[in-house]
Design a protein around this ligand. Structure first.
Ligand SMILES: Nc1ncnc2c1ncn2[C@@H]1O[C@H](COP(=O)(O)OP(=O)(O)OP(=O)(O)O)[C@@H](O)[C@H]1O
Ligand SMILES: [Mg+2]
Length: 402
């Protein structure tokens, strides 16, 4: 569900970020609900078709049929944007090669009809996911912009969101094991690395949280919800100034206070997700007693002293983790959550560190005396995207400084 930031109950959408001229969707009018068409602007069309992965336009009727008229039994989730339904789409007409047409499952998100702001998020989502493609980003199959209907069609992620596997787990459901959790963190970090380092210009995600990390049937993670994403600073600029949007509990303090957005704002949010994975606690729980409502605030004393790292471990893990690996993960988390954005690591370094931890996490859990290795001393990174502290080619056996 939506958790809001600085708007007294509703997440703010940064409507000023988009100029009308930039709008990728041009709704062509039409007669009947379901027969209207919309198309992407020439610019987006060209870029995405070059990649051969163009989101297609659906009629409202097609999506209504796919979800059996948005039947309640097909409802799989609900967030601030609207409700999400499971649907079945046909791959197309039968041919000689494929004598029967194949039906595949999709997730269809239907925008609450609350006007302009939601529409802006819809446009940014279509634009971003038409241009950005990576195995750790959710695939946008299509969209529908028909009258006042706005719908998004995604690949179906069978295991839902990471949030759904971390908190309020039903008694008959297995909690995530440590090894799976760390692999999910590694995959999510790779998605973020693509946005920060490979996309040009870089993209600041702005909505990184466990609810936006979706999992397929093998728990392979994909980042979702790019409606708040923003193109990052270019040239000599260090930040972009924008209205503060995001989700309470995940926003970096300097961004929340000044609206100055940098890639390091995402790193802070990533740190909060890591902390949720380690502790099994939600970023914000208002029903907890004072001092425990905000996860980062609660964890600060533990994060300061490596001897206390182990005390952050989720009791649901029942000690089934490699202590050294867990302590390394806490050390990475502590670096991501540095108050000073400059001291936070770059995503490239986090990917290297988590790759190592994921490779180690299958090792037998050590249930012995839980003592953590010394923590690293965080230092500002010299280069733009990598501190050079770790390299992918490095002998990971010597990865003991974290
Ligand atoms: N592609 C998908 N495949 C399967 N389930 C999905 C998919 N997209 C969303 N869901 C389900 O729908 C739920 C709601 O998703 P949604 O993105 O609308 O809201 P949210 O991320 O929880 O919160 P908000 O968007 O308000 O910040 C998710 O938690 C997930 O369980
Ligand atoms: Mg979401």
């Amino acid at each position: 569900m939506l958790r809001c930031f600085s708007c007294g109950g509703n997440r703010l959408k940064d409507v000023r970020d988009i100029e009308d001229d930039d709008m990728p969707i041009r709704s062509s009018d039409s007669s009947e609900n379901g027969s209207r068409k919309s198309s992407l602007s020439g610019k987006v069309k060209e870029s995405s078709s070059q990649k051969g992965n163009m989101a297609r336009s659906f009629t409202f009727r097609e999506l209504s049929t796919a979800t059996r008229n948005f039947k309640e039994t097909n409802l799989i989730g609900e967030g601030g944007f609207g409700r999400v339904f499971k649907g079945h789409l046909d791959s197309g007409q039968a041919s000689d090669a494929f004598p029967t047409s194949i039906s595949f499952i999709v997730a269809i998100k239907q925008l609450n009809r609350d006007g302009f702001q939601g529409n802006q998020e819809f446009i940014v989502e279509v634009l971003m996911l038409s241009l950005l493609h990576h195995p750790n980003l959710v695939n946008l199959i299509g969209y529908c912009s028909s009258g006042d209907q706005r719908l998004l069609v995604y690949e179906y992620m069978r295991m839902g969101s990471l949030e759904g596997h971390l908190f309020d787990i039903e008694p008959d459901k297995e909690p995530l094991d440590w090894s799976t959790g760390i692999k999910i963190a590694f995959g999510a970090a790779q998605g973020l690395e693509y946005l920060h380092c490979k996309a040009n210009p870089p993209v600041i995600y702005r909505d990184l949280k466990s609810a936006n990390i979706l999992l397929d049937e093998n728990f392979y993670p994909k980042l979702s919800d790019f409606g708040l994403a923003k193109l990052g600073p270019v040239g000599d600029n260090t930040h972009v100034s924008t209205r503060v949007v995001g989700t309470f509990g995940y926003c970096a303090p300097e961004y929340a206070m000044s609206g100055k957005l940098t890639l390091k704002s995402d790193i802070y949010s990533f740190g909060v997700v890591l902390l949720e994975l380690i502790t099994g606690r939600k970023a914000i729980v208002l029903s907890r007693k004072a001092g425990e409502q905000n996860l980062v605030v609660w964890s600060r004393p533990f994060l300061k002293d490596p001897k206390n790292f182990i005390r952050l471990a989720d009791p649901m893990l029942q000690g089934r983790f490699h202590v050294r690996t867990l302590c390394h993960a806490v050390a990475i988390t502590a670096m991501c959550l540095q108050e000073s954005a400059n001291f936070r690591p770059f995503i490239g370094d986090i990917v290297v560190a988590l790759e190592y931890l994921a490779s180690q996490s299958n090792k037998k859990s050590s249930r012995g005396v839980p003592r953590c290795p010394p923590s690293p001393s965080p230092s500002p990174s010299p280069s733009k995207h990598s501190s050079g502290s770790f390299s992918r080619d490095r002998d990971f056996g010597s990865f003991s400084s974290i």
